[in-house]
Design a protein around this ligand. Structure first.
Ligand code: MG
Length: 253
């Protein structure tokens, strides 16, 4: 079931989204050569608590997972696509690092991700990250009342393919707000006019995952980290948005 949020809910989600965007930007600034990914997780946790909010992913168990997620932040490096668990791993120059964070503020949830390249970036990685960032803009730009989930996916996929890259298949954006993950499932590919219809008051997490490879996924033994099957690098960006009467507004900014 797709939920419709009230204007009061949306006002709170906007406050939560702003907190989340500020916190993720501070965490991203600390993602530099020599930093342990666990330290980024601790920083994210501390900033969230200081802001009077709660980390949405800590101890959360998404559908299909067999253990609770053990951290606040997801840190996904190079061929890792999403849900990388923070660890003793140290960031090196050239690493492509996805940072994904969920926040609960006054019982409502927002979700956001960015990708940064540590130190010196290769031309290929610069392009990968730039295309993923633009794909998020394209996806959000396709949202207005009356379009479908398939229209959003098609816009993202079409843009990414035109740049000579691929979208990851099998992982997707989603509804968000009353829970970290809600309906609908929003793949980064689709067909025009297919899938659920978008209506005002829906709150959606749009999250293109872009790769230079073919886009097939594999789940690691830790039960969370998804990697590309062909070990190609990937980049992930995400915003939480609300559908308005005339279009869409980004909440995580
Ligand atoms: Mg998400």
């Amino acid at each position: 079931m797709i939920t419709i949020k009230s204007p009061q809910d949306i006002a709170i989600l906007k406050q939560g989204g702003k907190l989340l965007a500020d916190i993720l930007s501070q965490v991203a600034k600390q993602a530099v050569v020599g930093v342990k990914t666990l330290d980024l997780d601790r920083l994210a946790y501390d900033l969230i608590i200081k802001a009077g909010a709660k980390p949405a992913f800590l101890h959360y168990r998404p559908e299909g997972a067999s253990i609770d997620y053990p951290a606040s932040l997801c840190v996904s490096i190079n061929d890792e696509i999403v849900h990388g668990i923070p660890s003793e791993r140290i960031l090196k120059t050239g690493d492509v690092v996805g940072l994904d964070l969920g926040l609960e503020y006054q019982d409502l949830f927002t979700d956001m991700a960015v990708t940064v390249v540590i130190g010196q970036a290769s031309q290929e990685d610069k392009k990968l990250v730039s295309v993923a960032r633009q794909a998020l803009e394209v996806g959000i730009g396709a949202i207005k009342p009356g379009v479908t989930v398939g229209d959003i996916g098609l816009a993202i996929e079409g843009f990414v393919k035109k740049q000579g890259l691929n979208v990851v298949r099998g992982l997707a954006g989603h509804g968000v707000g009353y829970a970290p993950h809600e309906d609908p499932f929003i793949p980064n590919y689709g067909r025009a006019g297919e899938g659920e219809k978008i209506e005002p008051g829906m709150v959606l997490a749009i999250e293109p995952m872009v790769t230079a490879g073919k886009g097939a996924i594999r789940l690691l033994a830790d039960g969370y980290t998804f990697v590309t099957k062909d070990r190609q690098r990937s980049s992930h960006f995400e915003h939480t948005v609300v559908v308005t009467k005339t279009g869409v507004e980004i909440l995580t900014k």
